[in-house]
Design a protein around this ligand. Structure first.
Ligand code: ZN
Length: 314
């Protein structure tokens, strides 16, 4: 009798231990609830929503119009990150102030830098030694590589749903391919000598390389520096010398520097208009066409092409 009780207890302990081990491990994902995903930018969150579909609950730390280069994590952000099943961020120092936080987080929560999906030989150097330009999403083909990376990270975290993540990815990649083709069609409407894009900061260098634009910007890759008089005069001289008709304001950056260029051009007896606001590093408000990546890129391209078509008339 005593012997059988002891044996039963041993079995009970083994069973309980197994349960604790199974449910206690950090990698376990329950299949009856959505995967809780925290992303930094809205652009990354948009891609994760497309790949994850109904299987994920996605939260973006940075809302519409928020500049990722200078964003500091709040206490509430840290809480969200710690309790996530997986974290996605852009990487390549886009989230300049959060890099160390992700290093720390990676010991507790799986962390995925979406730009790790891009072959390093396809990246552009930034003005900082040894660093790359993080604005890869403006070359749609590079963004497709990031989407594949998101798929791989989700599958690694939640392998039970491999089939669903793969299927969602295929559908989204098809839409991205169509977007890339439509950009090329629209840009082809613009004479080659009209393809000069002047913006507040250097977010469009991949766009320029992919779709054949010269890119001039007031600020470098990051917005985390002051624009000097020299920067403004360099751009003013270019506009006056080449008769560029428009400069573009960006949604997440104050207008004052672009307006200073406009005033200086005017002081030289020339005219340059402010083009429509471009969404460069953030998506638009909910309910606008720019609330998704597809809509945001389409609207940027339409704004650029429509504005620069007026070159001869200015
Ligand atoms: Zn930027």
């Amino acid at each position: 009798m005593v012997k059988s009780i002891v044996i039963s207890c041993i079995f009970c302990l083994i069973f309980l231990g197994g349960i604790i081990l199974f449910f206690g491990q950090t990698n376990y994902v329950r299949h009856d609830r959505k995967l809780s995903v925290v992303c930094t930018t809205g652009i990354v969150a948009d891609a994760v929503k497309n790949v994850g579909g109904d299987l994920v609950d996605v939260y973006a730390l940075m809302g519409p119009g928020v500049d990722p280069h200078v964003y500091h994590a709040r206490e509430s952000d840290v809480q969200r990150l710690v309790s996530a099943d997986i974290i996605f961020y852009n990487g390549l120092h886009l989230e300049g102030k959060m890099g160390q936080l992700f290093d720390r987080m990676s010991q507790q929560v799986p962390v995925c830098a979406v730009t790790d999906g891009i072959d390093r030989s396809l990246l552009r150097q930034s003005q900082f030694a040894g660093a790359y330009d993080p604005h890869v999403w403006f070359d749609v083909t590079l963004w497709m590589d990031c989407v594949k990376k998101i798929r791989d990270c989700l599958i690694h975290r939640d392998p039970v749903h491999t089939k669903e993540y793969s299927k969602n990815t295929e559908l989204f990649l098809k839409k991205l391919q169509e977007l890339d083709a439509s950009i090329r069609e629209k840009v082809a409407l613009l004479p080659k000598n009209h393809r000069v894009l002047i913006t507040a900061h250097d977010a469009f260098s991949y766009f320029g390389r992919a779709y054949g634009f010269d890119i001039i910007s007031l600020q470098g890759i990051s917005t985390d520096s002051e624009v000097g008089v020299g920067d403004i005069m360099r751009v003013v001289d270019y506009i006056v010398a080449h008769g560029v008709p428009a400069i573009f304001v960006e949604a997440s950056i104050p207008q004052r520097n672009v307006e200073a260029v406009q005033n200086a051009v005017r002081a030289q007896g020339k005219k340059v208009i402010l083009g429509p606001t471009l969404y460069a590093d953030a998506l638009g408000e909910v309910g606008t066409i720019q609330e998704t990546y597809l809509g945001m890129v389409r609207s940027v391209v339409e704004s650029i092409v429509a504005t620069l078509q007026g070159k001869d008339g200015v």
